[in-house]
Design a protein around this ligand. Structure first.
Ligand SMILES: [Zn+2]
Length: 414
């Protein structure tokens, strides 16, 4: 990955800005390449990712939620994928590890939201791990939707793919998954596709920071290349393809073999996309893995139900953005709100709920507590005796900020 391309992409975006968009069908593909720290991606030559970033952009990003807070999330694979799928952290989606996962399906994933928006939209999952479709996305469990194209579960076929200690079979499955993704995109052009490739993580665990690991990254880049070529072939049609490539966690600084903790290298990931123009959440801030689903939904022109949007922790890096970094502290009965504004004018509504029925399938009654000017970046307000008593009784409060272009939320736990 060469960072210089980022500047080329700004120029490219500036030149494109005057073009009138033609009427096209939006399509999206997101790819997770497992366990590649940002410093490794930036060091190893990845010509395909460079080409894609040259059209849209490259940025460092983060996983793991906010360290030391209620939404801190392990830098482990399945929690990371579910962060992406639901645009929430583990305190909501409830996937804490790679085994015995108990996703809380009340927090809708991108496939459910897409199918709910329009059941005629075609969805696809191409994956070296079956659980991604059957458990994390929860086809047949998480809601009334079906994935239209699936190529996965090959790791269960030990006749065709005998399991070897060097994990060569995982590389072979990644190749098959890639070929199926490229073929299906070329032939059928699903509206929303997820491609998951695992081999990089296996080489990281086995060899740490090493030539073997770097070679696996080059191989993954070439696999993305096959899918990117299929997308380019579709572009002769009236289709507008967004591709996003990311990873689910970094690795430890000492050996590069491990992950799961909250060190800077384990938390620091990256996002590559061809989408443009990218807003300041991408170009000036460090976006999070939870931002990918809101961005793809923006591209697809899908607005989730309000109750789903109220719970999302991610912010779209496409389209307009009002604020990010929303935080709330309670000192006595004083609520101290802070945020990073992207705009110099405009108002936001601040609402509160002292229940969390959403978590168990219900709805929460929000009450507006104040309207604030966005530009200041901070505001203090006193809870009324009634609001304070409700918080004392439930031990829980969620604060929602509704700005013109995006929302954000924060939990207070007694
Ligand atoms: Zn992983």
């Amino acid at each position: 990955m060469r960072k210089i391309l980022f500047f080329i992409s700004i120029l490219f975006t500036a030149c494109q800005a005057t073009d009138t968009p033609s009427k096209t069908i939006p399509k999206a593909v997101f790819i997770i390449l497992d366990g590649i720290p940002a410093d490794v991606l930036e060091k190893v030559e990845t010509p395909v990712l460079d080409e894609i970033a040259g059209i849209g952009g490259y940025t460092r990003a983060y996983v793991g939620g906010d360290v030391g807070t209620y939404n801190e999330t392990p830098t482990i694979s399945a929690p990371g994928y579910t962060d992406l799928l639901t645009a929430t952290w583990a305190n909501k989606h409830n996937v804490w590890d790679n085994y015995d996962q108990q996703p809380n399906y009340h927090y809708w994933n991108i496939f459910r939201t897409t199918e709910q928006h329009n059941p005629d939209l075609k969805t696809a999952i191409f994956s070296t791990w079956l659980d991604n479709r059957t458990i994390l996305v929860g086809e047949g469990t998480a809601g009334d939707f079906k994935i239209d194209y699936a190529a996965d579960g090959f790791e269960k076929d030990t006749i065709r793919f005998p399991h070897d200690d060097a994990a060569a079979y995982i590389h072979q499955i990644d190749e098959l998954v890639t070929d199926e993704a490229a073929r299906t995109i070329r032939e059928s052009g699903p509206d929303l596709s997820w491609v998951y490739l695992e081999y990089t993580d296996d080489m990281g665990h086995a060899h740490g920071d090493s030539e073997e690991f770097y070679q696996a990254v080059r191989t993954a880049d070439a696999q993305v290349g096959k899918i990117w070529e299929a997308i380019k072939e579709r572009k002769t049609r009236e289709e507008d393809w967004m591709i996003v490539i990311t990873t689910d966690h970094g690795r430890d600084a000492e050996s590069g073999k491990d992950h799961g903790g909250q060190s800077s290298r384990e938390r620091t990931t990256w996002i590559v996309t061809n989408a443009s123009p990218l807003n300041e959440r991408f170009t000036a801030e460090e976006p999070a893995i939870v931002d990918i689903t809101p961005s793809i939904l923006h591209h697809l022109g899908i607005s989730p139900p309000e109750s789903v949007r109220n719970e999302m922790d991610g912010i779209s890096f496409l389209g307009d953005v009002s604020l990010d970094q929303f935080k709330v502290e309670l000192q006595g009965k004083t609520l101290k709100l802070s945020w990073h504004p992207f705009v110099s004018q405009g108002e936001a509504r601040v609402l509160m709920a002292t229940t969390n029925h959403y978590r168990t399938g219900g709805q929460d009654q929000y009450q507006e507590i104040v309207k604030i000017g966005l530009w200041s970046g901070q505001f203090e307000t006193e809870l009324t005796d009634e609001q304070w008593a409700a918080f004392e009784a439930s031990g829980f409060m969620k604060i929602l900020i509704e700005a013109p272009s995006n929302r954000a939320n924060y939990w207070l736990l007694k």
